[in-house]
Design a protein around this ligand. Sequence first.
Ligand code: PBG
Ligand code: ZN
Length: 324
Amino acid sequence: MKFPLTRMRRLRKSPEVRSIIQETRLNKDDLIQPIFIKEGLKNDIKEPIKTMPDEYRYSIDDGVLFGKKLEEKGLKSAIIFGMPITSTKDKLGSPAYDKNGIAQKTIRKLKEETNLLVISDVCLCQYTNHGHCGVLGEDKVLNDKTLKYLSKVAVSHAESGADIVAPSDMMDGRVLAIREGLDKNGFEDVLIMSYSAKYASSFYYPFRDAVSSTPSFGDRKTYQMDPSNAREAIREAELDLTEGADILMIKPALAYLDIIKALRDNFNLPIATYNVSGEYSMLKNGIEQGYLTEDVIMETLISIKRAGADLIISHFTKDVLNKL
Ligand code: PBG
Ligand code: ZN
């Protein structure tokens, strides 16, 4: 049927009609707020992050309070990033698997004081003195040697009460190593949300500024994916699935909507994505400068959900909970 019998504008004629035919809706449950916790920071003085308008580094108490306030607005889950004291960083990233490390203490307190689902980022880069996501050999990041440390990190987060561990390092075999470590220690109910297709992206720049995790030499291209590759993302996801991942993640989100769609179409696992720091800061900055209006935030988040994501980690979570 064609015009004049078919008129697409009938479906758009009023807010009520538009609402009942709306294909994609964002829910509070879909969103995950990242929280940055910095060891040694005093209470009541949250630290602004220069490259991320309206995101802060918090002390443990203040970070938990931030989570609690968002929980009152309907937040269901948060992902925790710890920043240890710089002088404690070492070659093997040991503050990452310290029972009393910054992430572990934060996870415990969040679980004590809120009902949030706590997701922990599992990686070494904030904790190594060279800033790489794994341990080093002579001149490169060693894959297999790194696995044991990642597993230790995940187990220590689970011991602290993490509901979901999220490995972001991109070493081969890390999902299996973490699954085995968790199961051996009685944490067979802790989920693994794997950063399956994590690209070597320049959109992480503000995050690295936020948590001081820029590699002191080289880059992450020998472990994170080349932005040119889509089929490779399917292979990564297949491996994570066979190694025991519960949720697959694509990161970043906006420049990779096709990858979200590809994984959605190829897998039946829940799909998460990370709307990363650079994607956040571009829009926030545009809004602050008056070049854009706040509406771009919802449009952006809806586009990510429409592409096929069930879960969206986004720094905008705190900005939109009230509107959902
Ligand atoms: C570290 C990690 C990064 C992000 C999450 N975990 C940065 C990186 O790989 O350099 C990026 C998050 C963001 O940009 O918001 N493994
Ligand atoms: Zn890392």
